[in-house]
Every structure is written in C-alpha cells, then in structure tokens.
Design a protein around this ligand. Structure first.
Ligand code: SF4
Length: 253
C-alpha cells in the first residue's frame, strides 16, 4: 500500500510536508521514498544529471519507472546512449514519441524547422514533440521524478525537493535539487555511469539537435538551449506551468 493510499490525504498535503524529510536523505533514499508515495515515473533526457538518477535506480533496483521523450529531433549520440544505458544497468527506458499527425500539422503550419521564426512556433513544436508525449509518459503516475537542479539556471534556483504539480495532479520530486555539477561528475566517475559524449564537446545541457548548441567558456549551463531567443527564462514547457499551445490546424491537438 502506498503512502497516499494509507493516509487518504490529498497529494498536495502529502507533498507539502515532505521537503525537509527529503533534504536529510541521500539520493537512493530520496528515490526510495518517492517510490513509496505511489507509482513513480522518472523522465530522463539522458543528460548527465539524469544519468545519475538512472544509475541510482538501476544499481539499487528501485521501483521507479524510467521514460524518455524521443522527440524525433534528438542527437544520434543521445539515441545511442539510450541503448548503452539500458545494457549497462539492465533496465528498460520507455520511449514516448509525438503523434505523426501532430508533427505533420506543425510542419504544414510553421515548416519543419519553424521554431527558429518565433517563440510561438517554438512553443508549438515543444508542445507537439515534448509536452503531449510527457502527458502520456506520466499517465496514471502519482510521482514524477526529474533531474532538475538549482544551479542549472536562474529559473531553477529555487527548485524544491518535493512539490505538488497542480496542472498534472501529481507530486514532483527533484532528488538532485541541491547537487552541484561537481557532485554530479564525482558520482559519474565513482559508478562508471555512461554519459553523452557531447558533454565533452561543450554541451552541458542537451536537448533536440536543432535547438542545442555548445556553450562558450563562462556561459551559464543552459545558454546553448534555444540560444536564438532572448528570454533568460526560456524553457520547453515541461517544468513550468503549461504554456498555452498555439492552435494548429490538426483536429488531433
Ligand atoms: S527543442 Fe526544438 S525541435 Fe525539440 S521540440 Fe522544442 S522546438 Fe521542437
């Protein structure tokens, strides 16, 4: 029986009392507690911090499902890392893809790479290729585990360990909220965690290939994501209250 089933309390109330408890635990302890709350799904981008969480789940055989959003625009290195990681830890990473009809409707309205033309077009692409598949990945889950860290960007500086996500109606757990990049690198070294070779080529944060560039020395970790936009808080809509998606001509959206 999960903590939610045993207590009968709303998820928002359960989440509100857990942050201090998570702070005292190590990574495996945080993930174990997340799994005790109910069905837990970790969504990985295969970035280095997400690889640390995947390793912790795989090494301790924790009851946390692992899913990724295969947007159709990922780097070949990222796709290869999915297979390598599954083999390394003996785990299954479920892949969620966009609906072909949605992709076609987007391309018809904006062009396949229309995201360079406007913020609206970029949000529409992220909605089709990420936000909608994310909803499928999280369907039926009680807990969403993410690799968000406070030091990744100013937008993430106040990331809590546990929060209630009212838009998705689940508890969001960020077990690496207080981890630095040095801490992440030390874990990777200690546990021989496979990582994306792009990290060593100047890509600390890796998303879709057409929307990610290497950063220059001294730039923030996420400066290479949607670099052509000026908004310092640019995100893809996964970790912010949902950005209203511009309507496409497809009836499937
Ligand atoms: S990151 Fe770029 S290619 Fe990927 S879904 Fe968003 S706009 Fe589309």
């Amino acid at each position: 029986m999960t903590i939610q089933e045993a207590s009968g309390r709303p998820l928002a109330d359960i989440a509100a009392g857990l942050d201090a408890q998570f702070e005292r635990l190590d990574l495996a302890g945080r993930l174990s507690l997340a799994a005790e709350l109910g069905r837990a799904v970790f969504t990985t981008s295969l970035g280095i911090e997400d690889q640390v969480i995947t390793a912790a789940i795989g090494i301790a055989r924790l009851d946390v499902e692992i899913a990724t959003l295969e947007t159709g625009r990922l780097f070949p290195e990222t796709l290869a890392l999915i297979d390598e990681t599954e083999d390394r830890f003996g785990i299954d990473i479920r892949q969620f893809r966009p609906e072909p009809a949605d992709v076609d409707a987007y391309a018809a309205q904006y062009g396949l790479n229309g995201f360079y033309e406007s913020v609206e077009a970029r949000h529409a692409c992220c909605h089709v290729r990420k936000v909608k598949p994310l909803a499928q990945a999280l369907a039926g889950a009680t807990v969403w585990v993410t690799g968000l860290r406070r030091s990744q960007s100013g937008n993430r500086a106040s990331t809590p360990f546990v929060e209630y996500d009212p838009d998705r109606g689940l508890i969001k757990v960020n077990p690496l909220a207080d981890w630095s990049l040095d801490h992440i690198n030390a874990y990777v070294e200690e546990h021989a965690v496979p990582t994306n070779p792009l990290h060593k080529r100047g890509y600390p944060s890796i998303g879709c290939e057409p929307c990610t560039r290497a950063i220059k020395p001294g730039e923030p970790e996420r400066a290479g994501r949607w670099w052509w936009e000026n908004d310092e808080k640019r995100e893809c809509g996964l970790h912010v209250p949902e950005i209203p998606a511009p309507s496409l001509t497809s009836s499937s959206l």
